[in-house]
Design a protein around this ligand. Structure first.
Ligand code: KIV
Ligand code: ZN
Length: 513
């Protein structure tokens, strides 16, 4: 058996099924590129039959992301599979991923089919997909709650039909590590043609065991692990791929297995996914949480100062978490600024460096010392890939304990500057109402989160908003950073409005063509 573990990332498909998460095409391509840079083997870009938007996103990822296979999901029927192929065919290495449930619970209550009918549908689906490509993955949904004999029968049949990857999902996060390892070992033993396919696993985190179950399955013989960045996904989420990768790496003594991942890209990928999905990473999250390498107790601090490995089993620099003694400030030049960005993993074009440098200088006037976290926050904001319809020009707020909060907002739309004023329940509400008057986009604020990027009174405020468009029900995530939290709030709202405007434009162009 090979000692290489393949990583299948479904952040753009299962991850996007997290409640409230919705990524536009440009954001999916941006994440796809970063996943490829990180060394992910297969990127599942979406489920094309579900909507035109999903189809477009899969097609764009397939066309623009190089270096990884790109997969499209399809139920086990010809229409889904045709649509999946249409979307993914231009990828360097396209894969069709087709699935049907194999557990009796799903057969009886969801599919209303008997075992023979499901087996035939699975085989027919794989054969249909195989007409398009020899890279066909079959998933037996709810496999971990399926009858093992029947599951093995289905796996044998789909491998004979052409599947080169067979996926064993723990769809509802029900299994336990020891049990799942044994389950995979039994599949290896009982499916006679299993050597013709790679065994994959796909674990959900309903009992908090997705990563443990994935690692146990690998020990049992699985060689493809499916999961998402930061563990986002349906309900409690999927296995966090960065944890799986670091588990395999850190405990090479136990597993003796390798992956293709450039671990130095892990932290950047995590931050990008968090920023674009609006799903915050909990501070105590393994591997990528803010506190994952913070030592609070004096005994621990003393130990780490003497020898890092006393309390750290991973080196943060391996994850791309850099800590530097060089502090940038208002006297720092472009050269030092660019060097620091390179060390942080940003490979920016000249015009992007210029934009970011201008922003850095503005910030340096307000904040004495600029940390790496500050730099990451402002650069992320400056190099967003979408063209802006709206630009925030100015903001005046009157607020206090005895006055009605009032905001006047100026925004540039093309060459025109528009101004509106509004009162509100608080200054943020007043700002948002004034912006609504200008954009007329019917946005409803669903979530508002504010964080300080660093400590200290002059810290940058980092605001994330989730807005729902009242007419189409879709949600848009926006983010803004500034030393002034009201300005950060306004920027976040405008950023979400820009995403909606961009989507409307893309749709108009599509309707016209
Ligand atoms: O959880 C699941 O079973 C899935 C399949 C479609 C692979 O997401
Ligand atoms: Zn899933």
């Amino acid at each position: 058996m090979s000692n290489r573990v393949y990583l299948f990332d479904t952040t753009l498909r299962d991850g996007e099924q997290s409640p409230g998460v919705s990524l536009n095409v440009a954001e999916k391509v941006q994440i796809g590129r970063q996943l490829a840079k990180m060394g992910i083997d297969v990127i599942e870009a979406g489920f094309p039959v579900t909507s035109q938007g999903d189809f477009n996103a899969v097609q764009a990822v397939a066309r623009e992301v190089k270096g990884s296979s790109v997969a499209a999901l399809a139920r086990a029927n010809p229409k889904d599979i045709d649509r999946a192929w249409e979307a993914v065919q231009d990828a360097e290495q396209p894969r069709i991923h087709t699935f049907i449930a194999t557990s009796d619970i799903h057969l009886q209550h969801k599919l209303r089919k008997d075992r023979q009918q499901v087996l035939e549908a699975a085989v027919a689906a794989v054969k249909h997909a195989y007409k398009y490509t020899s890279d066909v993955e079959f998933s037996a949904e709810d496999a971990s709650r399926s009858d093992l004999d029947y599951l093995c029968q289905v796996l044998e049949a789909v491998i004979n039909a052409g599947a080169n990857v067979v996926n064993i999902p723990d769809t509802v996060g029900y299994t336990m590590p020891e049990e799942f390892k044994e389950f995979i070992e039994q599949i290896v033993k009982r499916v006679p043609n299993i050597d013709k396919a790679t065994i994959s696993i796909h674990c959900h985190d309903d009992l908090g065991l997705a990563v443990a179950n994935s690692l146990a399955a690998v020990a049992g013989g699985a060689r493809q692990v499916e999961g998402t960045i930061n563990g986002i996904g349906e309900r409690a989420g999927n296995a966090a791929l960065e944890e799986v990768v670091m588990g395999l790496y850190t405990r090479k003594d136990t597993y003796n297995l390798t992956t293709n991942v450039t671990t130095e890209e892990i932290y950047r990928t995590s931050r990008l996914v968090s920023s674009l999905t609006g799903m915050m990473v909990q501070p105590n999250k393994a591997v990528v949480g803010k506190n994952a390498f913070a030592h609070e107790s004096g005994i621990h601090q003393d130990g780490v100062l003497k020898e890092r490995t006393t309390y750290e089993i991973m080196n943060p620099s391996m994850l791309g978490i850099t800590t530097s003694n060089i502090v940038l400030g208002k006297h720092s030049g472009r050269h030092a600024f660019r060097d620091r960005l390179m060390q942080l993993g940003f490979n920016l074009a000249e015009d992007e460096v210029n934009k970011a440098f201008g922003r850095f200088k503005d910030l340096a006037d307000k904040k004495k010392e600029i940390s790496d976290h500050d730099l990451e926050a402002i650069v992320d904001e400056e190099i967003r890939e979408l063209p802006n319809t709206y630009d925030l020009s100015y903001l005046h707020i009157s607020s206090g304990t005895t006055v009605v909060p009032t905001a006047t907002v100026g925004m540039k739309i093309g060459d025109e500057t528009m101004e509106e004023a509004s009162c509100g329940d608080g200054p943020v509400d007043a700002i948002y109402k004034a912006i609504d008057k200008i954009t007329n986009l019917h946005l409803v604020l669903e979530e508002y989160v504010i964080n300080a990027v660093t400590g200290g009174k002059d810290a940058l405020g980092d605001v994330t908003v989730k807005l729902r468009q009242a007419d189409n029900g879709k949600t848009y995530i926006g983010r803004g950073v500034s030393t002034d939290v009201l300005e950060a709030s306004a920027k976040a709202y405008v950023n979400a409005a820009n995403k909606l405007a961009y989507e409307q434009k893309v749709q108009e162009l599509g309707d016209r063509s």
